[in-house]
Design a protein around this ligand. Structure first.
Ligand code: ADP
Ligand code: NI
Length: 218
């Protein structure tokens, strides 16, 4: 395939077929939101939109969270798919590097991106992790993994390594402290920083209300 729009359309269909109905907050509509967030952010940046769109569409295909922590599955699946469409090797390399670097790896770790396109897709993915949608996804994920919703006896941990972060089975509320509330200060682009501000405040109010209801128990 040589027409860029045809490649994007075929990739949309491929990802939709793979992820429709997924129950942990990584379903097709997550990909759809990240794709659209990424396009909105890219409108303010001088980025290669073809690379941004394909990386956004393919970023959670083969995610380590669903392959026993194996981080090589995602980039490999994306590479095979893009090769089958005859996408230029330099574009495939850029897209697969973005997918490899994208994931959050724990509070005390870095998840630096080596390209502007990567920064845009990471910001777009992280916007979908915060705010009302982020809260909904987080509880969906916790339920999917059989986690407790909240346990006041288990304190959040700020993980220093990706291994420790991946091994955690803590209650879902802890994830707010281990990741979600840290994201607004880790956005790269001005567009994402602005959107993140309001979504962050909404999570703070959600938590305040949650504890107020809990503390009213007698
Ligand atoms: P990342 O690659 O940064 O992990 P994803 O798009 O794969 O981003 O989705 C991460 C989302 O999955 C989180 O924002 C959260 O909603 C959910 N999630 C991941 N780990 C946990 C966890 N331990 N507890 C609750 N939710 C989680
Ligand atoms: Ni994602």
């Amino acid at each position: 395939m040589s027409n860029t729009q045809d490649i994007i359309n075929a990739t949309e269909d491929y990802v939709k077929a793979l992820l429709t109905g997924e129950g942990s907050g990584h379903d097709w509509w997550h990909i759809y939101r990240v794709w659209h967030n990424a396009k909105a952010i890219a409108a303010h940046e001088q980025a290669d939109l073809f690379v941004v769109e394909l990386a956004a569409l393919l970023h959670d295909v083969g995610d380590h969270k669903f392959h026993n922590g194996d981080e090589t599955v995602g980039p490999r699946m994306a590479q095979q798919w893009l090769e089958s469409l005859k996408v230029a090797p330099e574009n495939i390399a850029s897209i697969c590097l973005i997918i490899k670097e994208l994931s959050y790896k724990g509070a005390g770790t870095s998840s630096a991106m080596s390209s502007l396109e990567g920064c845009i897709v990471q910001d777009a993915d992280r916007l979908d992790a915060i705010g009302a949608i982020g809260i909904a996804r987080t509880f969906a994920y916790g339920g999917h993994k059989n986690r407790e919703m909240y346990n006041p006896e288990i304190m959040p941990e700020l993980h220093d390594t990706f291994e420790a972060y991946k091994a955690s089975t803590a209650p879902t509320i802890n994830h707010f402290y281990e990741k979600l509330l840290l994201l607004k200060d880790r956005m790269h682009t001005r567009t994402a920083k602005e959107i993140a501000q309001q979504r962050h405040q909404f999570m703070e109010s959600f938590l305040a209300q949650f504890y107020a209801e809990w503390d009213a128990l007698r």
